[in-house]
Design a protein around this ligand. Structure first.
Ligand SMILES: Cc1ncc(COP(=O)(O)O)c(C=O)c1O
Length: 391
C-alpha cells in the first residue's frame, strides 16, 4: 500500500492539524476542503494585516513582485510555466472564461458535453448555442461505465458529428467520482481536431497528472477542494502555443493580449488568500502531495465499497477499475428514495453524505472521505448501509 495510506496512526496525526466542529461524521468532503490550523492562522493574520495596511502593501509589495512569486509557485504545482496560468476566484470562473472566450467556433459548428459535466460547465456550453450559433451535442454515458465504454462513446460522437470543434471533459465527475480516461479521450479528440476544455476541479490535489502528458491545452481548477487553500482561489491553464485561441475577456485591456491574465475578468482578488498560498502549497507537498492524499482517500473508499458492493439492495455506481475511480464514490439503495435514505444515514447513524442528481442513471448518494476521515468512521458507514439494506 503506497505512502501510509492504511496507517491510521499516521493519518490520525495529520487529522490533528485540522479543527473540527462537533457533529456528524462528515463524508461530504467533496464540496470544499479544510484549511489546516496553521494555514487558517496565517490566513487570518493576512486578513488582519491587509485590513490594516490596505492598498499600501498591495500596491507597493503585492503587485510589485509578491504576486509573481505566488503565481510561479502555483505553476510549479502542475509543472507548468507561470505564463501558462492565471488566477481566478474558482474553477467555474476559469472554465467559463475559457468557454466564453474560445474564438475558433463558427456558426454551424458543434460542441459537446455529457451528462456527467458540472452544471455551470453544461450551462456555459449550452449558452454557446445562442452566442456563437453552434449546435450543442449532449451525450449520456452508458452505465455502468468502463474504460472502453467511455472512450467508445466519445469515438462514436466524433464520427457521428463531423462539425464538432470543442468539448468539455471532466477529469473527476462530481456526481460519482468517476475518473475519465482523459489521455485516451484527448488523443481521440485530437485525431478529429476537437479541442478539449478540461474541468480539473476535483482532480487537482487528489490525482497525479501532467497536462502535457494528458494532451490537454485548456483547463480550469480550484484550490479549495483538495489542495487545502482558503476559499475563493482557482486558476486557468492555457498551453502557451494556444493562447491566441482564447480571446481577452470582454475587451480586457489591463494586460497585453499576449498575457494569459487578460483571459479572466480583472478584479480585486482575495489578497490574504493569495498571500497564504505558498504555505498551502508547502503543506500539500509535505503531506506527500496528490499521491499521498489520493492514496489515503482511495484506501478509505475501497474499505467501504468492497464491503457494500456485494449487498443485495445496493448498487455502487462507480466502477472498481483502478484507472476510473478516486476517493469519491456514489451508490444507490436500489428502488428506494435516495434523499430519504441519505436523511436516514444522517439522522439514525450520524453520517453526513450528499445526494447528486442530473446524470442519466438518476439520483445517487455521494460519499467523499477527507483527510480527517478514519477507518473507524468508514466502519460506521458500512454498518449503517448494511443495516438499512435489510430494512
Ligand atoms: C467537477 C466540478 N467542476 C467544477 C466545479 C466548480 O468549482 P468552483 O466551485 O470552484 O467553481 C465543481 C465544484 O464542486 C466540480 O465538482
Amino acid at each position: 500500500m503506497p505512502r501510509n495510506a492504511d496507517n491510521e496512526h499516521h493519518w490520525h496525526t495529520i487529522a490533528q492539524r485540522y479543527e473540527l466542529e462537533p457533529g456528524p461524521i462528515n463524508l461530504e468532503n467533496g464540496y470544499f476542503g479544510r484549511m489546516s490550523r496553521e494555514v487558517r492562522g496565517q490566513y487570518l493574520e493576512h486578513v488582519a494585516f491587509i485590513n490594516r495596511s490596505n492598498s499600501l502593501h498591495v500596491r507597493q509589495r503585492f503587485e510589485r513582485g509578491e504576486n509573481d512569486e505566488i503565481r510561479r509557485q502555483l505553476a510549479g504545482l502542475i509543472d507548468a510555466a507561470p505564463e501558462a496560468i492565471a488566477f481566478t476566484r474558482n474553477a467555474t470562473e476559469a472554465l467559463q472564461s475559457l468557454i466564453r472566450n474560445y474564438n475558433r467556433l463558427q456558426p454551424g459548428d458543434q460542441v459537446l458535453i455529457s451528462d456527467l459535466e458540472y452544471d455551470t460547465v453544461k450551462g456555459a456550453m449550452r449558452w454557446l448555442a445562442g452566442y456563437r450559433g453552434v449546435e450543442v451535442i449532449e451525450l449520456s454515458h452508458t452505465h455502468p461505465a468502463s474504460f472502453d465504454s467511455l472512450l467508445q462513446t466519445y469515438r462514436q460522437a466524433f464520427e457521428q458529428y463531423p462539425r464538432l470543434k470543442l468539448m468539455a471533459l471532466t477529469h473527476v465527475t462530481h456526481r460519482t467520482g468517476l475518473v475519465m480516461p482523459v489521455e485516451a479521450i484527448a488523443k481521440a479528440a485530437r485525431e478529429h481536431a476537437v479541442d478539449v476544455i478540461l474541468d480539473g476541479a476535483h482532480a487537482l490535489g487528489q490525482i497525479e497528472f501532467n497536462l502535457a502528458q494528458l494532451g490537454i491545452q485548456f483547463a480550469g481548477f480550484n484550490l479549495h477542494k483538495w489542495i487545502g487553500a482558503p476559499l475563493t482561489l482557482g486558476f486557468l491553464y492555457i498551453a502557451p502555443e494556444r493562447l491566441a485561441d482564447i480571446d481577452p475577456d470582454m475587451g480586457e485591456f489591463h494586460y497585453p493580449a499576449t498575457d494569459i491574465r487578460a483571459r479572466t475578468p480583472y478584479s480585486t482578488p482575495n489578497f490574504p488568500a493569495l498571500m497564504t498560498l505558498p504555505l498551502v502549497l508547502q503543506e500539500h507537498q509535505a503531506l506527500g502531495g496528490s499521491a499521498a492524499k489520493g492514496a489515503r482517500v482511495n484506501y478509505l473508499r475501497d474499505l467501504w465499497v468492497s464491503q457494500v458492493r456485494p449487498l443485495p439492495g445496493i448498487e455502487v455506481l462507480t466502477p472498481d477499475d483502478p484507472r476510473l475511480y478516486c476517493g469519491i464514490t456514489a451508490f444507490k439503495f436500489v428502488g428506494r428514495d435516495q434523499q430519504v435514505m441519505a436523511d436516514r444515514l444522517l439522522q439514525d447513524y450520524g453520517l453526513f453524505t450528499t445526494t447528486r442528481t442530473g446524470a442519466a442513471f438518476g439520483t445517487c448518494i455521494r460519499v467523499t472521505p477527507g483527510l480527517v476521515t478514519s477507518a473507524a468512521d468508514i466502519n460506521v458507514l458500512v454498518n449503517a448501509i448494511t443495516e438499512l439494506d435489510t430494512l
